[in-house]
Design a protein around this ligand. Sequence first.
Ligand code: GMT
Length: 372
Amino acid sequence: MRIGISCYPTFGGSGVIASELGMGLAERGHKVHFITYAVPGRLNVNLPNIYFHQVTVPDHPLFRYHPYSLALASKIAEVTENEGLELIHAHYAIPHASAALLAKDMLNDRLKVIITMHGTDVTLVGKNTSFMPIVKYTLNKADAISAVSIYLKNEIRCTFDCDRNISVINNFINPQDYNSRNRNEIRSLFACEGEKLLIHVSNFREVKRIEDVIGIFLCVRKRINTKLLLVGEGPDLNKAVQMAGEKGFASDVITLGNRKNVNEIIAASDVLLLPSEKESFGMVALEAMACGIPSIVTNSGGLPEVVDDGVTGYLSPVGDVEGMTNRVIELLSDEEKRQEMGRNGRLRAQERFNIKDAIDQYEELYRQAIMN
Ligand code: GMT
């Protein structure tokens, strides 16, 4: 197939999934064209069958807000004409899927539009009154829709009163990208002998409850010699550093920014913290499982579909800093248990969330959309 993919080219889970999917499809012989404003962080453009088309928005004195969606729609239409795309797979409803529908209209329907809803495009952005009508329209007009968890599928149904068929295709990992080969070497960059390492990876937005990450770390730090790695960038990152600094632990919190080798950094840690208000899926918890690292997560949104409570990590109520602290201390004090949970997680990630199955499911979704 000749496939277009549009996504946010950032380090967030939706960009990671779009990139890994594209590379997996290319490996199976499909021609995959990425259409976005920058090369996605995880995409290897040097692979056969992978192409990149940059969307640019010219500056103009009349533009108070740059019309990226329109430039994207024009680019999708242009690439479809030039490369004979059969379908475009849009990750995140706004603006990717709505722009793809506009391109489809420009091409007199000669393009199928497949949307994968990722989470905040439903739970935050989609619910906003400025966007609700366009997301609803987009869902009604798309040729096929997928959601990354059962939770998200149900949210789409309720939020947009949507009775369309929605396929649940879970996020996935490629097992060969996750190993602990460099664990000791990377660990020694951050922790001294005998020190433990907690890790949090996110875009540091309100929904991630960064104050709980720091609250848990500070309580654990009182009992066990521990450092905290913060990977990613976002508005609440400085708040986190400040909170730790106020308690005199600034030097134990290590900020790493966005990292391409996040897999290796997670694999070098002991426990992942993800105390989010809500996650449609929680890609980083799956990545931690694939690395053999247990996670402490909240039992909200799609997280219970990813983390098996007491088997691959622990689920706690949102805001239960004390409960999550106790779980972390339990794991840091019992290396055998921590490793056993890690092994369970790795196995579950490989068996239940394998890239091969996910690509099979996406290919089937594409075929159905093309046939209809
Ligand atoms: O809005 C975000 O938080 C970023 C967004 C993304 O683009 O990666 O994350 C969402 O999609 C991920 C990939 O499917 C999921 O793993 C995350 O759980 C989801 N974020 C939320 O639901 C908050």
